[in-house]
Design a protein around this ligand. Structure first.
Ligand SMILES: [Fe+2]
Length: 291
């Protein structure tokens, strides 16, 4: 393992937004991590962690029955929840949130990732996919109230993330403007998912850099990075954890790591059935570009 990575692990247990920042530039590289979705990923994530390629693991909670991460007793865990109905009038799901809060306490997660999605009021919440809300004032007001209540319930910051967008709905200029408005009013962190954002820009035929200047830079504590693919029709793009990130997104990650003052974590999302060599090579590349 490289000496530098050993030193990072000894001196700092988990990512921390803003710690040591200088002016509007981050003082150090963000931590690099990988998404854990399935127990079948334990081995490759353990290999990456022990090789110094990742500093933490990001896990979706609540865990599926029978599946819990077993990467390393020393690997920090960032807690993420993609199925709470943040952007709906149902309010957040308390039964789900109790499980997520317990995980965040257990692992000392510095923030909890939450999708700015619409979801059902049932025990599971998910509607088969991460469904976007109508981007309008009424839903924004509900999302602000939910985000504030959930932050108080968790007792720690939440970081809001958008799903890919396939259509223009509502009255906001875009979903990015909607996110910026909710994050500012509810005073939350933001997870900027570069794959979701790029797919949305292509789906809505917007310029490749559309929205980059809309989010407040100091709110972005984490980037998500994955591949994207076009659907069978060729018309729509989706994020794809079976593919590696496009070159432009790797370059943009390096650019953002230098520019975002509170960026603390970059999470690579890669499926358990995708080639392990792709996973390792991408992490090695990210280590190089993040410095
Ligand atoms: Fe994501």
């Amino acid at each position: 393992m490289p000496e530098r990575r050993r030193a990072i692990r000894r001196s700092s247990r988990r990512p921390s937004p803003g710690r040591g920042s200088r002016g509007n530039r981050p003082a150090r590289s963000p931590w690099l991590g990988a998404r854990w979705d399935e127990p079948t990923q334990n081995e490759r994530l353990r290999t990456a962690y022990e090789a110094g390629l990742i500093d933490y693991v990001e896990v979706n909670y609540p865990l599926m029955p029978g599946g819990s991460p077993d990467v390393s007793p020393t690997a920090p865990i960032l807690v993420h929840c993609p199925i709470n109905p943040i952007a709906s009038v149902h309010g957040f799901n308390r039964a789900l949130a109790r499980q997520v809060r317990a995980a965040a306490i257990e692992h000392g997660s510095p923030w909890i990732g939450e999708h700015l999605c619409w979801a059902g009021p049932g025990p599971e919440g998910r509607l088969g996919y991460i469904v976007n809300p109508l981007f309008c004032d009424a839903v924004r007001d509900a999302a602000i109230e939910n985000a504030r209540a959930l932050t108080a319930f968790y007792g720690r910051p939440i970081a809001l993330e958008l799903a890919p967008v396939y259509d223009s709905t509502g009255t906001f200029d875009s979903e990015v403007h909607f996110l910026a408005s909710v994050a500012r009013a509810a005073d939350t962190h933001v997870i900027f998912d570069l794959a979701h954002w790029t797919a949305s820009n292509r789906n809505l035929r917007r310029p490749a850099d559309f929205g980059l200047d809309v989010l407040e830079p100091e709110r972005i504590v984490e980037l998500h990075l994955a591949g994207i693919r076009s659907g069978r029709s060729g018309r729509f793009w989706h994020d794809s954890h079976g593919d590696v990130p496009e070159e432009e997104l790797l370059e943009l990650t390096a650019h953002l790591a230098r520019r975002l003052p509170r960026l603390a974590a970059v999470t690579f999302e890669h499926a358990e059935d995708a080639p392990e060599a792709d996973f390792m090579r991408t992490l090695e590349r990210l280590r190089r570009v993040l410095g």
